[in-house]
Structure formats: structure tokens, C-alpha cells
Write a protein that binds this ligand. Structure first.
Ligand code: ZN
Length: 445
């Protein structure tokens, strides 16, 4: 639902989208936003200020039978108001579900006054336990202490907290480091870099990372030298590092492209060679790795086939629907990168097969989607898109006439930004057109 909010920083009133119901099955994208702490985040179009809106929030996970409502204290509801609002909300959610999906637990929504407890339950459905969150908190506190510690204290803290250093700790450190580089805080960046070097040398996970980095560097250098990756090169490096699990995994990830049919044939030949040379330990490890990689490839292929199949079902359902516009809106939760990829691939196929009806139907879906995406853009950008798409000057003038309220110095600023973008990406034609439009707007001010 749309609501009108007023920016606490500059006072601008603007409309923004509020979501009060998150269903892990029906609206997974909203759950993702909730997990990323981006749900109901409103951004002021005028000054850029960002804040989260306080609202009742119902979370439903049919798999875990969780049906709970978070009631923020800022809403200042008394018990009666609260019960009433939650009752209404639960009723609405239930009514929207097909009969066969309604369950008894939905009659009694759990009330969560504490946001942290609410989020802990949500995270549990992702397999993230309270213990994991607590560990993460400990790690971030330790990182903060380490960042401001010097010499001896740093060494002491590292020795005392050996069990807290893992891959997660290193990514947290990397995030801090990136932030201080971005903010050009060279003192803290230097401190964190120094800490990183120390941890790489003195912790088991750091030493492992270092070994992996060195091995990957050698692999990349060798690939560069021979003009690119090849199955043989990948195999050579895998054989050389077969005893080190961390390196093998790194090479596998970096060498994906070279994992072709040839690669597996070469690997089988290598295994036979090692067996004949009575190097049975190496042969065994290589066999294990080959089986694991084949299994992995099979799983990847099955997964991508499943995703394409699901996307194909959605496309077909939309084509068959009496009202495509409505069908697209209802399937918004299923429209992702795979869907967009498949849609354009099928358009190409239809064109090649000269199947005009199918092409028309697919193109219609694409146009509806583009319109929907566009309708979520700020009004200035929407108008600009319309202007860029028109063929004639008369049409452009008509658009400008009907959007007179938007013709302002602010609009010129928007234009400058868009022109700069076009310039940076080398779209000369686009840039010239935008400049011409800017001239027209200036003339009207
Ligand atoms: Zn503002």
C-alpha cells in the first residue's frame, strides 16, 4: 500500500510503499528485504534521507507454522486497539489465502513487541540460530577492540580469542576496511590493514587463506602466460594441490569455465596413470574429487533446469491469462533474472521461427513489465523516459505541456545527472538528445 510520509530532515512530503505482510512463500522478495534490513525503508526524493517506517508487520511462514505480528512501540497502541488491528490484519491475510492453505494456527497470531525477538524467529527460518547471532556479535565487538588496540594489546587479544577467527570474521574485517577506504579515513584503513596482515600470519584460518591466495595467484599467472584457462592447466594445478582442501576449492571456483568434457577425460587419464605408477593415495584423492565435481555439475544443471522450467510455467500462465496486465501483477514475486532471460530468449526463438502470434504475446509481456518498472521510478525520470522515446517535437512539447508542474530548476539538476551518466557511458546519441530536451526545459523556466 502507498502512504504519504514527511521527511524528518527537510520536511518534504512524498509517497512511499509500505508492506505490512511478509509471507516467506508468496512474497520471498519481501522476506529478503526484511533480512537485509531494507523492508519499508523510505528515502526522501529531495534530500536523500533514509529511514525505516514504523508499522505493524505480519510475518507468515507456512513451513514453520509461524504467524506473528510485530507491533512497534512508536505506534503507541493500547491493548484494545492492538488486538483489533492485529485481528483485522490476520483476517485479511487468511482471506487472501486459498481455502486449502488456511490453518488453525492463523487464528492466534503471536504478538511480538520486541523487534529483536521477532527478527530472531525470522532468521531461524533461514537456519540462522541465536547462537550464530551471538557469535557474530562477539566477533564484531572483538573487531572493534582490535581496530583501536596497539602492539601488545593486539597480540594479546588475538591469542585470547583464537576461536573467533573464521571466514566470517575476515569478511567482517574486509567490510570495515572497505568502508574506511571509502570514507578516505587513511589512519583507520592503515590500522585495519596491519591487523589483517597479523591475522593472516597468526591464525589457522588466515594461514589457510594465504596459502589459497598464493596458489590462486600462481594459477592465474600461468593462465595468463598461456593465453587463457585450459582443462589441462586446471588439472595440473589441482593435482599439485590435491592434499590441500582449501586450495582445491579455490581452484575449482576460479576454474569453472575449464570444467568441460575434456577436463573430465583428462582427469580420468591422470587417475589411471597414477594407479599404474602405484601412487594410490593421489589416485584415490583425484577420484574422490572427480566424483564430487561431477555430482556438483549434475546438481547445478538440475537446479538451472528447474529454474527455467518454473520461469517457463509463469510465462505460459501469463500468455494464457485473459488479462495479461493483471497476470503479470499477480506473478511479480516470480519475476526474476531467470524469467527476464527466458522471456528474451523465447522472443528471439519466436522471431526466428517466424511465429508472429507468439512473438506478439511475449513482446506484450515485456512491455507490461517495462511499464511497471517505470511506474516505480520518480516522476521526473518517468517524464524524461517518455520524452526520450517520442519521435516528434510536437509530441515532446505536448508531454512538457501536460507536466508543467514538474518543469523546475530541480528538473534541470536531474537532467544534468542523466546527461553526465550518458556521457560517462559513451552514449553520444542519447547525450545529444538529452541536451536538446534540457534546452527545451530551460526555455520554459
Ligand atoms: Zn528530505
Amino acid at each position: 500500500m502507498q502512504t504519504q510520509v514527511s521527511c524528518p530532515q527537510c520536511g518534504t512530503n512524498f509517497p512511499t510503499e509500505v508492506h505490512q505482510v511478509v509471507d516467506s512463500k508468496r512474497t520471498p522478495q519481501l522476506k529478503q528485504a526484511l533480512l537485509n534490513n531494507q523492508l519499508n525503508m523510505a528515502q526522501c526524493p529531495s534530500c536523500g534521507f533514509q529511514a525505516q517506517l514504523s508499522t505493524l508487520l505480519l510475518f507468515h511462514d507456512p513451513e514453520y507454522e509461524i504467524f506473528m505480528v510485530h507491533v512497534p512501540q512508536q505506534l503507541n497502541l493500547n491493548t484494545e486497539q492492538r488486538e483489533q488491528m492485529i485481528g483485522q490484519m490476520a483476517q485479511q491475510v487468511m482471506n487472501a489465502l486459498p481455502q486449502e492453505e488456511r490453518r488453525a494456527y492463523m487464528f492466534q497470531p503471536e504478538i511480538m513487541l520486541n523487534y529483536q525477538t521477532f527478527m530472531e524467529r525470522v532468521l531461524e527460518t533461514e537456519g540462522i540460530t541465536k547462537e550464530m547471532i551471538a557469535r557474530q556479535k562477539e566477533q564484531s565487538e572483538l573487531l572493534r577492540k582490535l581496530a583501536s588496540a596497539d602492539g601488545d594489546v593486539m597480540d594479546f587479544l588475538i591469542q585470547e580469542n583464537m576461536n573467533l577467527f573464521d571466514d566470517e570474521f575476515f569478511s567482517m574485517l574486509q567490510m570495515f576496511l572497505d568502508q574506511s577506504l571509502q570514507m578516505q579515513d587513511s589512519q583507520s584503513a592503515a590500522g585495519l590493514t596491519n591487523l589483517r596482515v597479523k591475522l593472516m600470519e597468526n591464525t589457522p584460518v588466515g594461514q589457510e587463506m594465504q596459502r589459497r591466495q598464493v596458489a590462486l595467484h600462481q594459477f592465474n599467472q600461468a593462465a595468463k602466460k598461456q593465453g587463457g584457462l585450459s582443462p589441462q592447466l586446471l588439472l595440473d594445478h589441482l593435482v599439485e594441490n590435491i592434499d590441500d582442501f582449501a586450495i582445491v576449492d579455490g581452484l575449482v571456483a576460479a576454474g569453472q569455465q575449464a570444467m568441460t568434457y575434456d577436463f573430465f577425460a583428462l582427469m580420468t587419464a591422470e587417475i589411471e596413470k597414477r594407479e599404474q605408477a602405484k601412487e594410490s593415495a593421489t589416485a584415490e584423492k583425484l577420484t574422490e574429487l572427480r566424483d564430487r565435481l561431477l555430482e556438483f555439475q549434475k546438481a547445478m544443471r538440475a537446479e538451472s533446469e528447474k529454474m527455467l522450467g518454473a520461469a517457463n510455467d509463469v510465462i505460459q500462465a501469463i500468455i494464457n491469462a485473459p488479462d495479461k496486465q493483471q497476470a503479470v501483477a499477480e506473478n511479480m514475486g516470480n519475476i526474476d533474472d531467470t524469467f527476464m532471460y527466458l522471456l528474451s530468449a523465447q522472443m528471439q526463438e519466436a522471431q526466428q521461427a517466424d511465429d508472429k502470434d507468439r512473438f506478439k504475446a511475449l513482446a506484450e509481456i515485456q512491455a507490461i513489465l517495462m511499464n511497471m518498472i517505470e511506474s516505480q521510478l520518480p516522476p521526473e525520470i518517468q517524464m524524461l523516459n517518455q520524452l526520450v522515446r517520442t519521435e516528434s517535437e510536437a509530441e515532446q512539447n505536448a508531454i512538457l505541456d501536460s507536466n508543467a508542474a514538474m518543469i523546475s530548476p530541480d528538473m534541470l539538476q536531474v537532467m544534468d545527472r542523466v546527461i553526465a551518466q550518458a556521457q560517462e557511458s559513451g552514449q553520444a546519441e542519447q547525450e545529444a538528445m538529452l541536451k536538446a530536451i534540457k534546452g527545451k526545459i530551460e526555455a520554459r523556466l
